[in-house]
Design a protein around this ligand. Sequence first.
Ligand code: WT7
Length: 654
Amino acid sequence: MSSIESVMTETRIFAPHEAFKQAATVSGIEAYENLCNLAEQDYTGFWADLANAEIDWHKPFTEILDESTPPFYRWFYDGELNASYNCLDRHLASRGDKTAIIFEADDGTSTHISYKALHQRVCRFANALKKQGVGLGDRVVIYLPMSVEAVVAMQACARIGAIHSVVFGGFSAKSLHERITDVGAKLVITADEGMRGGKAVALKSAVDESLTMGGCDAVEKVIVYRRTGGKTAWNESKDLWWHELEAVESDYCEPTWVNAEHPLFILYTSGSTGKPKGVQHSTAGYLLGAILSLKWVFDHKATDIFWCTADVGWITGHSYVAYGPLALGGTQVVFEGIPTYPDAGRFWQMIEKHKVSVFYTAPTAIRSLIKLGGNLPNNYDLSSLRLLGTVGEPINPEAWMWYHTVVGKERCPIADTWWQTETGSHMIAPLPGAIAAKPGSCTLPLPGIMADVVNEDGSAVSGTEGGLLVIKKPFPSLLRTIWNDPDRFQRTYFPNTLPGYYLAGDSAHRDADGYFWIMGRIDDVLNVSGHRLGTMEIESALVANPLVAEAAIVGKPHDIKGESIVAYVVLKGERPEGEAAKKIVADLRDWVAKEIGPIAKPDEIRFGDNLPKTRSGKIMRRLLRSLAKGEEITSDISTLDNPAILEQLKQPVS
Ligand code: WT7
């Protein structure tokens, strides 16, 4: 990949400006190294001190780390707390009137919600959930647009010890169904419709559809937030209006104190099989990771206006919208819409309007905004910005430089944050007042995170060679298990080929300064616009179509999305050509959108009479990847059973 090559030869280095450094929470490289040393010297003591300092405990913990049944680690496991109490109640006395959320709707109208007001809404909704019989350990699926209500719903679940599982609103009814059934949801929270880019997006109808697919008997009620007032089907025995429930409840709900290890949420993510994994996070360890990373990496200040553009349907929206900023008593922007509506200046206009000081977005958004209007930021006053962040995929140095100069005016450090749904919070990222940045590198691990690059057997790589990215010691914010599938958890993340290390699933290398450079996934997972998609998931969706006999998915480098999706399809009937082929391409793309969601639609579909296979029948994905890129196949294809197929698969349908 060209961007990866340029990354490996990148030599520019950007040290924090003196003024930024002076004011930073972790100021200077020695301060960073001191923290790392503390963790080295007394690992559990390091985490225990932080957990005591950052979290309000209902019952303080006396036990720090249980390592008796690896890899099922437990942290602070005799302590009791409540995440919602930590995000709301503890701020009421000192900053009840401070704005917690500045909500900007798709149409540009904005509302400010104070901590006091948010606390009341969460309490009322938590009471409403209780009245519907939701309690400790019950699972609640949340399928909502970006809204204050989404945050309220998550916090309300946390308040009563219910486990939420947020499903991104862009997922199809089918995907939603898969998650509702796997998690065994008792209740679903949705909206009539969402509003994005001036268009209404149906949500309630997808919930209705998924509930007819069978296996959802556990779902007793569907709570519907009226966002647009658009027409929705109504099931009198199941459906309830959010506003009607909230109206009759009282302003206070006693938090349910839970064990530190109580699951705060389950969030599904793609893996290398067709079935998404329900990543299960704890309450205390997870919260601690969100808090510390905001302090260390985003250098959180009480005066900041923080804006993370991620949807709450992803982990980024959990840690850096729904929990982290609130746990610190910060003010944040929550945005309903899309970066290109009404035009590609929307982000910059909003930064100006709300005086955003810390801005966190994805490389794919940056690249698309460069393309749509690389000079647009210059039309706005961005002087409130002091720190920028990126997440989701490696950022190519050109995009980094643009972000640095055009958005950050060469004044704002950039934190390229490497982490995963599974890690809950940042793992490798610069502490901006301490660590100099190199465009394209996520730099160094956070204090206490023992990240490294190793060979397949866990041995140290030599020098700057590439290898597997691992984390050598358990840390508080790591996932606890895969919901309903502890074996898969163990197999996937702690394979017995490695000596007890957490296997992240990425390859990486470290340069002479020890900086980490992420090279890509080692499994069959694509990163499309910063979203993880399993190739098997898309293949299964295609094969479920009655026309399709076989399908293989590969990624292809893409200027904006990072990777695009190329599908090789063998139909049950004749290999189609011309108009017939075009029609089937359109139908199959729609099919995948219905099966998984629009984000999984193949960008290209190619048809063959067969797929390139070895004599033992294994699909040669390496060849398919080369074909997708338009490369001549020069490598050894002697093991290929059917070389003539390659000719057919060279061309996309056009
Ligand atoms: C995968 C995790 C963490 C929230 C967003 C995605 C890739 C993530 C970076 C980065 C290079 C990155 C990795 C990782 N990734 N951040 N800064 N540089 N790669 O969460 O869906 O769980 O995906 O995203 O491949 O394994 P996710």
